[in-house]
Write a protein that binds this ligand. Structure first.
Ligand code: BYC
Length: 311
């Protein structure tokens, strides 16, 4: 078959909702697109452990500490599923980590904001995991088999994370004046960066055309962002917190909220490496990676030894 016929068959399979599996033929551009998106997703899970890990030693109770530790461990697990899914596309873990360290691969912008108070653990769980679920539920139907299957397991855990965060916010919102203020301050700082997690508007999103054609993305950045806003406003109202957007208004005709504009200059500054915590996050990852070199070497030496025994 010619390249053209192969591509036609491939698109027909996508249109018929068939999953593409690792050893099957796929256009090179599809493979590269997936490596970019899945690896950035994996890096986000792993870098996302830092702002939360920052609070494990200062959690206000043993229960809160255990729950937060479990959540942070889940994020490491998500990173592992996603790196494994990515490796089925013919790239290895070392190359992926190298791309993160050199800045070639991005990770979610949200993790370049510092977590200043315990209420930020509530805001991250409620808003950041909340936004992640809205995106990832739709990715359960993505066209690449290993990515879609990984998403199913990840979504189950993310919904527990979202509730963990909302519980912290709800408790603080009905606590002392100082606690309520802390919760509102966390919402004020994390609201707009959470909306940025969905990426640029559809009209400014260079990757969306192919992503939708190949059913890698099942819904657009703007559609998912609006769904998150509509869900979350009601949750904020229920616990007496106010979303920091003076333009927020229910639109009866659309049965949806109208809202203000994101500061896109801030978004591009952050994704291009100039956010408040970009340098710190990557430096911390490099340090942990270097400190873990002996573990990788020992594991490899053990695997080599086992292989030699078999021969
Ligand atoms: N942050 O053409 P576009 C989590 C980049 S974490 C940084 O619309 P695309 C969690 C984009 O990469 C959730 N960069 O791109 C973990 C592109 O640059 P490149 C992570 C962003 O790919 C721990 C450029 O902007 N979830 O779950 O079609 C604790 C143009 O954008 C961002 C995922 O990764 C951003 N927010 O759409 C708690 C989900 N937005 O690559 C929670 C999977 C855009 O061309 N990923 N960029 O250099 C996706 O769904 C899509 O990749 C995105 C972007 C919607 C993020």
């Amino acid at each position: 078959m010619t390249e053209e016929q192969l591509e036609k068959n491939f698109q027909n399979r996508i249109d018929a909702e068939q999953k593409i599996e690792p050893r099957e033929w796929m256009p090179e551009k599809y493979r590269k697109h997936l490596i970019r998106q899945i690896s950035q997703h994996a890096h986000s899970e792993v870098i996302g452990m830092q702002p939360e890990g920052n609070w494990i030693t200062r959690a206000p109770s043993m229960r809160a500490k255990m729950v937060l530790m479990a959540k942070v461990q889940d994020e490491a697990g998500h990173g592992l599923y996603l790196y494994s899914a990515c490796e089925t596309l013919g790239i290895n873990r070392d190359e992926l980590v190298e791309q993160l360290h050199t800045g070639k691969a991005k990770y979610a912008s949200i993790f370049n904001y510092p977590t200043l108070t315990w209420a930020d653990m509530g805001a991250v769980g409620w808003l950041v995991d909340g936004a992640a679920i809205v995106n990832q539920v739709s990715l359960q139907r993505t066209s690449y088999g290993p990515y879609a299957r990984g998403m199913v397991k990840i979504c189950k855990e993310e919904s527990f994370h979202q509730r963990q965060g909302y519980e912290i916010m709800a408790q603080m919102a009905k606590g002392t004046d100082a606690q309520k203020k802390m919760a509102q301050d966390a919402l004020d700082r994390f609201w707009w960066p959470s909306l940025m997690m969905f990426g640029p508007h559809d009209s400014d999103s260079p990757n969306s055309g192919n992503a939708i054609k190949w059913k890698i993305k099942r819904e657009s950045n703007d559609v998912l962002r609006q769904r998150f806003i509509d869900k979350t406003i009601e949750q904020a109202e229920l616990i007496g917190l106010t979303v920091p957007d003076p333009d927020l208004k229910w639109n009866e005709e659309r049965q949806s909220y109208d809202w203000g504009e994101i500061d896109w200059d801030e978004f591009y500054e952050v994704i291009n490496g100039n956010g408040l915590a970009n340098r710190q996050r990557v430096a911390q990852h490099k340090k942990a990676h270097d400190q873990g070199a002996w573990v990788r070497e020992a594991a490899k030496a053990y695997a080599d030894k086992q292989k030699n025994k078999e021969v």
